[in-house]
Ligand binder design. Structure first.
Ligand SMILES: [Zn+2]
Length: 120
């Protein structure tokens, strides 16, 4: 089974991907790989990328899946920076209990929200 060359895939994606906001072609120097996985048995690769548009400054995360000859790509506009994306990639999703707990903490906290957040 072949191993995907992530660098070549990135070059190819840089050639075809355009900003969903303004249509400007992405510059690879503004695109970072957040995560990538390869499965040689099933001939699959998954790449999570973050890109900043050089023209309109919006940020987009792309999830690209390659299964044999097929390529699937989903892009979503985000307010996360590349650094944020890296920081949050391995975090678990926020649960209902997380929301309830922070609600209780805010309700019982005497002081400003800034002080509360500084405590964390
Ligand atoms: Zn743009």
């Amino acid at each position: 089974m072949k191993n995907y060359d992530i660098k070549k895939i990135m070059e190819w994606l840089g050639y075809i991907l355009k900003c969903p906001i303004c249509g400007y072609k992405y510059n690879l120097s503004n695109t970072k790989i957040i995560d990538s996985q390869q499965d040689e048995i099933f001939n699959e690769a998954k790449i999570l990328m973050h890109s900043d548009c050089a023209k309109c400054k919006s940020s987009v995360m792309f999830n690209v899946e390659i299964r044999g000859p097929e390529v699937f790509s989903v892009g979503m506009v985000t307010d996360l920076t590349g650094t944020d994306s890296n920081r949050f990639k391995d975090k678990r999703p926020i649960s209902t209990n997380d929301v309830l707990n922070i609600h209780k903490e805010i309700r019982n906290f005497k002081g400003s929200l800034v002080e509360l957040l500084a405590k964390k």
